[in-house]
Write a protein that binds this ligand. Structure first.
Ligand code: HEC
Ligand code: HEC
Ligand code: HEC
Ligand code: HEC
Ligand code: HEC
Length: 245
C-alpha cells in the first residue's frame, strides 16, 4: 500500500514538541518578567541633575505639593515644575550654591553657563503606555499622594515607594475606604484619620454625618473612609477599559 503521508511528516511530532517547548519557555519568561515588576521597580531612585530635596522644601519649608506639582488637580498628568518656579525663590536664596548651577544655566542670563535649556529631571514613576492613569480623578476624590507615592516629604532623593502594578491599582479600587480622606487633607503627608477626627473639622464632619442620618460610627480610617465613600458615591471601576486604551 502506498504511503498516504509523505516522508517529511515523520518529523512533524518533533517540530510540534519543539514549538511547545518554545512557547512554554516564552510564557515562563513573560510571567517571571511581568508577574514580578514589583521587585524591579519599588525603590527605583535615579540620580537627578540637581540634588533637589523634598525633605527641605516639602518637609522643613512646609511647601504644599501643588506649589510645584500644579497640575495634579486639574489634569490627568502631574507635572514637574519649570525652572522658573525654582527661580522665584532661588534668585534670592542660595544664589551661589554650586548645586544650583543647572538651574542658573536654565534661567539666569547673567550666568556664564547660561543655555536656556530646561532642567532634565529623570522620571521616577512610569506607567506603560497602554495604561490610562488620571491624577485629578484621584486627588479630587480624597486619595492622597501618600497612598501612591509614600512619604515624599521624608525623601532626600525621590524613589518609587509602591509597586504601581495592576493588582496594586485593583486592591484599592476594590476597597477605597482604606484610603479616602477629606479633600483638604490630600497633600497632608502626616495625616492620621484618628487624629483628624479629634480636630474641629473632624468633629464637624461627624456631626454633619449624624445630622444626615448616617447610622454607623466614625472613629477610624475605615469608618471615615466608608462614610466619605457613601457621601461622595465613590465606586472606582474595575472593568478593563477603565485603565486600558
Ligand atoms: C519646590 C518644588 C516642589 C515641591 C514643593 C514638591 N515637589 Fe515633588 N518634585 C519636585 C521636583 C523638581 C521633582 C523632580 C526631581 C525629583 O524627582 O526629585 C519632583 C518629583 C516628585 C515626584 C516624582 C516624579 C517622577 O518623576 O515620577 C513625586 C511623586 C513628587 N515629586 C511628589 C511630591 C509631593 C507628594 C509633594 C508634597 C508633599 C511634593 N512633591 C512637593 C519639586 C517639588
Ligand atoms: C519657596 C521658596 C523655594 C522654592 C520655590 C524652591 N526653593 Fe530650593 N531652597 C529654598 C530654601 C529657603 C533653601 C535653603 C534651605 C537651607 O537654608 O538650607 C533651599 C535649598 C535648596 C537647595 C540646596 C542648596 C544648597 O547649596 O544647600 C537646592 C539644591 C534647591 N533648593 C533646589 C531647588 C529647586 C531645584 C527648586 C525648584 C524645583 C527649588 N529649590 C525651589 C527655597 C525654595
Ligand atoms: C492613585 C495613585 C496616585 C495618587 C493619589 C497620586 N499619584 Fe502621582 N503618580 C501616580 C502614577 C501611577 C504615576 C505615573 C504616571 C505615568 O507614568 O503616567 C504618577 C506620577 C506622578 C508624577 C510624575 C509626573 C511626570 O510626568 O513626571 C508626579 C510629579 C506626581 N505623580 C505627583 C503627585 C502628587 C503631588 C500627588 C498628590 C497631590 C499625587 N501624585 C497623587 C499615582 C498617583
Ligand atoms: C489608593 C487608592 C487607589 C489606587 C492605588 C488607585 N486608584 Fe484609581 N481610583 C480610586 C478612586 C477612589 C477613584 C474614584 C472613583 C470615583 O470617582 O467613583 C479612582 C478612579 C480611577 C479612574 C477614573 C475612572 C473611575 O473608576 O472612576 C481611573 C482611570 C483610575 N482610577 C485608574 C487607576 C490606575 C491605572 C491605578 C494604578 C496605577 C489606580 N487607579 C490606582 C482609587 C485608587
Ligand atoms: C484599575 C486599573 C486597571 C484595571 C481596571 C485593569 N488594569 Fe490591566 N493593568 C493596569 C496597570 C497599571 C498595568 C501595568 C502593570 C505594570 O506596569 O506592572 C496593567 C497591565 C495589564 C496587562 C499586562 C500584563 C500585566 O499583568 O502586567 C494586561 C494583559 C492587562 N493589564 C489586562 C487587563 C484586563 C484584561 C483587564 C480587565 C479584566 C484589566 N487589565 C483591568 C491597570 C488596570
Amino acid at each position: 500500500m502506498a504511503n498516504v503521508f509523505p516522508r517529511w511528516t515523520n518529523f512533524v511530532p518533533i517540530k510540534i514538541a519543539l514549538c511547545i517547548v518554545m512557547v512554554v519557555a516564552a510564557a515562563i519568561t513573560f510571567f517571571v518578567y511581568y508577574a514580578n515588576p514589583e521587585a524591579q521597580r519599588v525603590g527605583y531612585q535615579p540620580t537627578q541633575p540637581i540634588p533637589f530635596s523634598h525633605v527641605v522644601h516639602a518637609g522643613q519649608l512646609g511647601m504644599d505639593c501643588r506649589y510645584c506639582h500644579s497640575f495634579v488637580e486639574e489634569s490627568g498628568h502631574a507635572n514637574v515644575p519649570s525652572a522658573n518656579t525654582c527661580w522665584n525663590c532661588h534668585q534670592h536664596v542660595k544664589t551661589d550654591s554650586p548645586k544650583l548651577e543647572p538651574l542658573r544655566a536654565a534661567v539666569d542670563k547673567n550666568f556664564e553657563g547660561y543655555t536656556g535649556a530646561p532642567i532634565e529631571w529623570v522620571k521616577v514613576h512610569n506607567s506603560p503606555d497602554y495604561v490610562k492613569f488620571d491624577h485629578s480623578a484621584h486627588v479630587n476624590r480624597g486619595v492622597s499622594c501618600v497612598s501612591c507615592h509614600g512619604r515624599i516629604d521624608e525623601m532626600e532623593v525621590v524613589h518609587q515607594d509602591q509597586s504601581h502594578t495592576m493588582g496594586w491599582c485593583l486592591d484599592c479600587h476594590r476597597a477605597p475606604e482604606n484610603h479616602l480622606r477629606p479633600i483638604e487633607e490630600v497633600t497632608n503627608m502626616a495625616y492620621d484619620a484618628e487624629e483628624y477626627l479629634k480636630t474641629e473639622a473632624g468633629q464637624k464632619l461627624v456631626e454633619h454625618a449624624e445630622a444626615c442620618g448616617y447610622k454607623a460610627s466614625i472613629t477610624n480610617q475605615q469608618e471615615l473612609g466608608a462614610f466619605l465613600r457613601s457621601q461622595w458615591t465613590i465606586g472606582p471601576k474595575e472593568s478593563c477599559f477603565t485603565c486600558h486604551r
